[in-house]
Design a protein around this ligand. Structure first.
Ligand SMILES: NC(=O)c1ccc[n+]([C@@H]2O[C@H](COP(=O)([O-])OP(=O)(O)OC[C@H]3O[C@@H](n4cnc5c(N)ncnc54)[C@H](O)[C@@H]3O)[C@@H](O)[C@H]2O)c1
Length: 323
């Protein structure tokens, strides 16, 4: 598949990491670090190594999960980089889902005022969404992505081979961002997704999602205007995700939370945009057929409102339709 260029860096699809092999063989970097979580180091690292036939790196492993996308882990990893004498010519390869690419990107973009990093997203969600746009970040006190930077990786590699080991719930989570891309930008793509199964995402559909996001962020890289459409479902979704993280033993995934956000924000769009009642019904019916319902007690509504106010996207209108 043709690579996509985005603001000067390249996203490679199904390329067997060929460009990475060339880069690593160029000896441009003094040290190479691979950041992975406990699952991706066990499951994805062997595949990464077998594709690349490369072992000249130090592995930094973190615990898995959104609750670890925080400043404490960053401090630990910055200190590890120091201990391993990482200098400004070091390279960090982030091998994992959106938690690893967001946090690894943030760590790399700030360590010694910034070192190069490469993202190899291994979940559907991180491939279709977190892979493009240059947002890095971490959460503070359950407020999502409270601190972060806009920094582009040197390269991004999307390999669907990594998805073979992904649990079903994580496939469903990533599928939510694909649905969003259809809803905000490409109705025929939305209809195509509706006729497909989240269990078997195709490379072509992943490519289409990345293409849509890339088109949007290329026009508006710093989220002044058009890029805000990518936040559809996220103001409410992030608050629900933060609430669930703080209160549930088995918290909602990012995709499950924003899917709830789609329905709520589509409902708001009835009065604030051109979305029709029929379209709202269609969206609600489809989302409810895929994603679990989530009940939040009335006494917690103010907590949700507070989380929404702290969301960095608060200034956007929460409703949007581009149907
Ligand atoms: N930067 C952006 O533009 C952007 C966009 C969307 C989402 N995000 C962020 O992405 C994060 C969510 O990412 P996520 O859904 O990938 O979560 P995640 O990184 O927590 O991964 C989900 C789980 O899947 C496991 N996993 C990863 N790859 C695997 C594989 N190939 N096989 C088996 N297990 C695997 C992980 O270890 C983890 O347990 C959120 O923090 C969200 O804010 C960022």
């Amino acid at each position: 598949m043709e690579p996509l260029t985005s603001a000067g860096h390249t996203l490679y699809f199904e390329s067997d990491l060929a460009a990475l092999k060339v880069l690593l063989e160029s000896n441009k970097y003094s040290k190479i670090f691979v950041l992975a979580d406990e699952h991706t180091s066990e499951i994805c690292l062997p595949l990464f190594q077998s594709i690349l036939d490369f072992s000249e790196f130090d592995l930094i492993e973190t615990s898995a999960g959104e609750e670890n996308k925080n400043i404490d882990f960053c401090i630990g990893i910055w200190k590890t980089l120091l201990d391993f004498e990482a200098d400004r010519k070091s390279l960090m390869i982030n091998l994992g889902g959106g938690v690893i690419t967001d946090m690894g990107g943030f760590i790399a973009s700030t360590y010694k005022r910034g070192i190069d990093f490469i993202n190899i997203p291994t979940t559907l969600l991180s491939q279709v969404d977190a892979s493009v746009g240059g947002k890095t970040g971490i959460d503070i006190d359950n407020v999502k992505n409270m601190v972060g930077t806009f920094t582009l990786p040197q390269m991004v590699f999307i390999e669907t081979a990594f998805l073979k080991t992904l649990p079903e719930r994580q496939l469903l989570s990533g599928f939510a961002e694909m649905i969003k891309h259809g809803l905000i930008y490409d109705k025929p793509y939305y209809e195509k997704l509706k006729a497909s199964s989240y269990l078997t995402p195709t490379a072509a559909d992943i490519y289409r999602s990345v293409e849509i996001k890339n088109e949007v962020v290329t026009i508006d890289p710093h989220e002044k205007n058009l890029r805000k459409i990518l936040n559809f479902g996220h103001t409410i979704g992030h608050a629900i995700e933060g609430y669930s993280l703080a209160n549930d033993e088995n918290p909602l995934t990012h995709g499950e939370a924003i899917a709830i956000g789609f329905v709520c924000e589509a409902a708001l769009s009835i009065n604030n945009s051109t979305l029709s009642t029929e379209e709202l019904e269609d969206i609600s019916k489809y989302i409810l057929s895929l994603y679990p319902k989530y009940r939040i007690k009335k006494e917690s509504h103010n907590t949700l409102l507070d989380l929404m106010k702290s969301d960095k996207k608060t200034k956007m209108e929460t409703s949007y339709s581009h149907f």
